[in-house]
Design a binder for this molecule. Structure first.
Ligand code: SF4
Length: 715
């Protein structure tokens, strides 16, 4: 492990998918300070409030420092032996699908790679899924349907080069602040650049918006399907591009044409005038990027939303060119790295497909795997249902807190409590999930571990350690490898460093890859320790190594930097190399009832992260918003007899929370918004996901966390 002292270490922020570079310094007295890395191409020195408060969150309060079995401190050998023998015995008695791993976008790529290799190649099941299922699974599914691969085509620079940035279901100002700052700075330089915000709420992101479309919840499919029809009616299509590089346009346009403007207005809650102005602006602006995030993904129609957006970019040929493209921004620091190693139940490794026999055979041969998984495993919601009904008898949860973050959280907690064998590897001793573990394994935290992460623009960066591992904490990859060896797979899990794991992962990405797969970092196959230690941030694909740091540290958008863009040549990853239009018919769903008449939208605030296990340690971050709240429109507040700052009960058919009412016209009438961060640890009865339902998108399996029928009353 590389321990550095009294000099700055180049590492990466562990929060959102912007993936900012951080310089961390340990002074002689042990005090840690952080600042933005001016040479990192994601942030050029910027950090948001969360990133700049990182040094306040690294104390050892509440840390899990020793392995425990049933709450009793033990040594690593006993704990690892018990985990390995119980998993092996369960597999022997009940088959490989009786065990499962639930992992995390907080894991580093090396951790993720080994967990996926163990489950899919050696256990012989694909029952490994991740909290990234809650984050961007719909984008993955939409990309694969349209492009034949899970490819984010553009780079952050495209957001700066665009003349129109459409932000859909994304409060970028709070959830991806440095990317927001980059767009705001670009707009300052080029005032003609326009931002359109599509969001039921007038969030802080609207401060730079030329136009805010306060869309009805889940109205996005109708909005973009209507746009496709409008582009067709107004002769605003790139016919040459459609003919040369796509298939399925006729069916998609035919399906879209079923919607006239009045129908789109009814489905979106927007006026025909608003729609006409937005559609006209989109049609007239060649350099358009459409950015989407959880408002698109966390929906029962999330995959259709993604494809409705992608359809419009394909129809106008706006993909693979500077300043254009559909652009999914991921919520977590390494959701993208997890996708690269195939750390989801319906993926294989290195962007190969589990349903594809050739791909399975290729991975089996590369790993010398005895028992490659033959079919997709259980996705997150299904996995916990499998735990509840007894199909899963041994569960290992790594670096995540599903008792607070999964939909229908009370049912998830009951399932975990009833599971015969639960292992949790985590940095903390007492999250709501860790409490239920039979075996607790202490993992190293940010600042103590080494590895890589991939951000939303496919840029791989190093996380580097600058603190010694406390107590007996060990890196996640080490814990997984030790369990695998004890299960009888010593040769395949002989890794001793994260560099060796990264080198193997890179080799697999290039293995028998003749350009038929998008993810390729084959140039880094077998990377040595010295090169890994000094690895500069780089974007994939990277079949050849960057010979110098790239791109140059230049914080001004410039067309001369040539960031990597996919699809510039019109080559996609389908069998015929053409992109697919998806024919989509919007479905209008009403989930509200007379008893639960409001639509609850859940999300993030600026200064907290997930279930606050890290940001909750910083008093500075808690100053921004100190307690859980619900935003409600003045008319709804009046109707329900609620005054500003009242304590209110928000309930759904599944549970209730007590929060402070914040009356604001920024909230759309008929809906309320509440942040997801607070748990019962930080606020009495504040666990929001006890209200949400296990309703998922039928294609991606991503839960619909942004559309929950709710009731509100004064407490
Ligand atoms: Fe960290 Fe995201 Fe903030 Fe950058 S924008 S400092 S990655 S939380």
């Amino acid at each position: 492990m590389e321990i550095e002292a009294a000099r700055e270490v180049r590492t990466t922020c562990p929060y959102c998918g912007v993936g900012c570079g951080v310089l961390a310094k340990v002074a002689a007295d042990g005090q840690v300070s952080v600042r933005g890395d001016p040479d990192h191409p994601a942030n050029f020195g910027r950090l948001c409030s969360k990133g700049s408060a990182l040094a306040e969150t690294i104390d050892l309060d509440g840390r899990l420092l020793h392995p425990e079995i049933h709450g009793r401190r033990t040594g690593w050998n006993e704990a690892l032996d018990l985990v390995a023998s119980t998993f092996s015995q369960t597999i022997a008695e009940h088959g490989p699908d009786a065990v499962a791993f639930y992992v995390s976008g907080q894991l580093l790529t090396e951790d993720y790679y080994l967990a996926n290799k163990l489950m899919k190649g050696f256990v012989g099941s694909a029952n490994i899924d991740t909290n990234s299922r809650l984050c961007m699974a719909s984008s993955v599914a939409g990309h694969r349907r349209a492009f034949g691969s899970d490819t984010v085509p553009g780079s952050y620079e495209d957001l700066e080069l665009a003349d129109l940035v459409v932000l859909v279901g994304s409060n970028l100002a709070w959830c991806h602040p440095v990317l927001y700052q980059r767009i705001a700075a670009a707009r300052e330089k080029r005032p003609e650049m326009k931002i359109v915000l599509v969001d039921p709420r007038r969030t802080m992101t609207s401060d730079i918006a030329y136009m805010h479309l306060a869309i009805a919840p889940d109205g996005d499919v109708a909005l973009f399907t209507g746009l496709l029809a409008w582009l067709g009616q107004h002769n605003a299509l790139d016919r040459a591009y459609i003919t040369a590089h796509t298939t399925g346009f006729g069916q998609a346009l035919f399906a879209a044409s079923a919607l006239d403007l009045a129908a789109v207005a009814a489905a979106t809650g927007l006026s025909e005038d608003e729609l006409g102005r937005f559609y006209g602006l989109f049609a007239a602006t060649a350099k358009t990027v459409t950015v989407y995030s959880q408002g698109v993904n966390q929906s029962s129609s999330g995959t259709d939303k993604v494809n409705a957006i992608v359809n419009c970019h394909l129809a106008t040929g706006r993909i693979g060119k500077p300043g254009t493209g559909p652009f999914s921004v991921t919520g977590q620091p390494n959701a993208m790295g997890g996708r690269e190693v195939g750390g989801m139940a319906n993926m294989l490794a290195a962007h190969m497909e589990i349903e594809n026999a050739e791909h399975r055979d290729r991975v089996r041969r590369f790993w010398s795997a005895p028992d490659i998984a033959q079919k997709p495993g259980l996705k997150a919601v299904e996995m916990f249902q499998g735990v509840a009904d007894g199909r899963i008898k041994a569960l290992w949860i790594m670096a995540t807190n599903p008792v607070d973050s999964m939909p229908d959280a009370d049912a998830v907690e009951a399932a975990i409590k009833a599971c015969p064998f639960v292992v949790v590897s985590d940095v903390l001793a007492s999250t709501d999930t860790v409490r239920h573990a039979h075996v607790r394994l202490p993992a190293t935290a940010w600042g103590e571990k080494d590895g890589t992460v991939t951000n939303s623009e496919r840029r791989i960066s190093r996380q580097r350690s600058f603190l010694a591992a406390p107590g007996e904490a060990r890196p996640d990859w080490w814990i997984i490898a030790e369990v695998a060896r004890r299960m009888g797979f010593a040769e395949a899990f002989a890794h001793e460093t994260p560099a060796q794991i990264f080198g193997e992962h890179a080799a697999l990405s290039g293995f028998e890859n003749d350009g038929g797969r998008d993810f390729d970092i084959g140039a880094y196959a077998g990377v040595d320790a010295v090169s890994y230690a000094s690895l500069e941030p780089f974007q994939w694909p990277a079949p050849e190594r960057a010979v110098q740091a790239e791109p140059p540290p230049e914080p001004v958008a410039s067309t001369e930097r040539h960031p990597i863009r996919f699809f510039a040549s019109g080559h996609f990853y389908t069998a015929d190399r053409k992109a697919r239009f998806i024919a989509i018919r919007p479905i209008t769903e009403t989930r509200t009832t007379p008893d639960f008449p409001l639509v609850l939208n859940t999300g993030r605030i600026r200064d907290h992260w997930h279930t606050m296990t890290r940001t909750g340690k910083s008093p500075r971050l808690s100053q921004h918003i100190a307690e859980p709240f619900v935003e409600i429109h003045p008319a709804d507040a009046q109707h329900h007899g609620i005054g500003d700052a009242d304590i209110v009960r928000v309930s759904s058919p599944r549970g209730d929370v007590l929060v402070r009412a914040l009356i604001t016209p920024r909230q759309r009438q008929g809906g309320v918004f509440a942040p997801m961060h607070w748990t019962d640890q930080f606020a009495a009865k504040g666990r929001l996901d006890a209200l949400t339902a296990p309703l998922v998108d039928p294609v991606s399996g991503q839960p619909a966390l942004k559309h929950v029928a709710a009731h509100i009353e004064r407490f």
